[in-house]
Ligand binder design. Structure first.
Ligand code: AP5
Length: 250
């Protein structure tokens, strides 16, 4: 599947070959929102609808947990993630910069979990300007706190193919087994209640100010995140169409 090739380039960095899904109107979007709002779930659906590649910094850090001999900077980053805190801007920006090729993807991109601070947003602006690219829009997913906590508590993920499930809302066909690759589903370590509280605090203090940043830039598209994933997707696509950023893959 083409999107898997694209993700390989993101995960491994460097010159890993990838087969983008070329699109006459590549979409370059940021997905913003609190932990558990459904950014990863929407990214999967948006990839199918728009052909853009899903670039998640959280997935990058989770994959890096298997690196046998991490650098001191990466070790610090993974320790911050285990505490539910944000990784330092320097480390995150360096990782994205190493993967700047993915930003030039002919299929476009969906940045999920990056940027997460104003400093990261400024770094992304600079990186895109260097590449001669511009963001089309920033989808800002909004969800009441109690729904956020319910979604995070019931989440199960596949470490192999990164598919995301929910015990009640999106259960796999066979309990504990990934529909897509047959992998054993796990609960993310940072979905424990005490870490959810830390992550929500980090969101409120560091990431929520980005809604003002992107509103000032005329890029912000509010995306209510209640309802089924398909309803949320339909609303977001309609909002993008309304901005003239449509051309949905058929
Ligand atoms: P990251 O992986 O980015 O986590 P997050 O932002 O906390 O977001 P989540 O993945 O928890 O939630 P989501 O919005 O994707 O929701 P999902 O679709 O899974 O980051 C993890 C960590 O890495 C950070 O804490 C930090 O340490 C570090 N990090 C990463 N990027 C960084 C950066 N740029 N700077 C600094 N540090 C960084 O859905 C949640 C659940 O809800 C699932 O079970 C799903 O099935 C279910 N669900 C989804 N949609 C619906 C629906 N419509 N109805 C019912 N259930 C639904």
């Amino acid at each position: 599947m083409a999107s898997q090739h694209q993700r390989a380039a993101w995960f491994r960095g460097g010159d890993v070959p990838c087969e983008p899904m070329p699109h006459d109107r590549p979409h370059r979007l940021v997905l913003l929102g609190p932990p558990g709002a459904g950014k990863g779930t929407q990214a999967e659906l948006l990839t199918q609808a728009l052909g853009s590649c899903h670039l998640s910094t959280g997935d990058l850090f989770r994959a890096a947990q298997c690196v046998p001999d991490p650098s001191p900077a990466l070790r610090d980053a993974l320790a911050a993630m285990r505490r539910g805190e944000l990784v330092s801007d320097d480390v995150v920006v360096a990782l994205v910069r190493e993967r700047a090729r993915c930003l030039r993807c002919r299929g476009g991109f969906l940045l999920d979990g990056f940027p997460r601070t104003v400093a990261q947003a400024e770094a992304l602006d600079a990186l895109l300007a260097e590449q001669g690219l511009a963001l089309d829009a920033v989808l800002s997913y909004e969800l009441p706190l109690e729904e956020v906590v319910a979604r995070l508590s019931g989440r199960r993920t596949c470490p192999g193919c990164k598919a995301v499930y929910h015990l009640a809302a999106r259960p796999p066909r066979v309990e504990g087994v990934c529909d897509q690759c047959g992998g054993v589903l796990v609960q993310r370590a940072d979905d424990r209640p005490e870490l959810i509280r830390v992550r929500l605090r980090a969101y409120k203090e560091s990431t929520r100010p980005l809604t003002d940043y992107y509103a000032r830039a005329g890029k912000l598209v509010p995306a209510p995140a209640s309802g089924t994933p398909e309803e949320i997707l339909a609303r977001a696509l309609a909002a993008l169409e309304g901005r003239g950023a449509g051309a949905v893959r058929t």
